[in-house]
Design a protein around this ligand. Sequence first.
Ligand code: 5GP
Length: 206
Amino acid sequence: MVKGILFIISAPSGTGKSSLIREILNTNVLFKIQVSISHTTRMIRPGECNGKHYYFISTSQFEAMIKEKKFLEYAQVFDNYYGTSKQSVCKNLSTGTDIFLDIDWQGAKQVRDKIPNSRSIFILPPSKNELYRRLCKRSQDSDFVIQKRMAQAVSEMKHYVEYDYLIINDDFKLAVSNLNKIIQVEHLSRRYQTRKNDTLIQRLLY
Ligand code: 5GP
């Protein structure tokens, strides 16, 4: 079984990253793809479900998982812990399923170091005004939190240079199409095709 591809997707909140990921999961028929469900210590928001959007756990539970080395990566974002457990990612990749990791730049760096075959995609908003508008529209957070998230977004966006691909989410359909193309291109890469056609290549060359 050829391992799936691990796609890291980062973007400041309000960039439309979750909608893009959801659209790909709902419409893609070419590849088996799953999104990894992170653990977090942040408060659950209205409309969110434990085990679907995140595993919501306490700080002491999170710190115990750190001690037990259960995380592939973890980071503190907006004063809360967020982390990806090794277990589900490795299990799904080994069954040939691609995985989306919706994580911040700190986590992306850790994953790149541990899994060099992973590919990373950064999503940018079309403007600061639009980002502000989208954060307000979600109205999930207080004004104070929105201002804080805007400031955080600017420092986060500076990390786009560390990523393999860049998508500007202005026209949603175009952004979805571009994300789909990246997935397809990665499946056609020599690196992936060599793994997939290992036996054939051995027969042809030796
Ligand atoms: P939110 O609280 O809006 O759901 O997410 C806040 C930020 O935390 C987002 O940028 C998101 O990508 C990031 N994040 C979510 N899960 C993880 C994770 O498991 N690890 C890391 N490093 N960041 C995460």
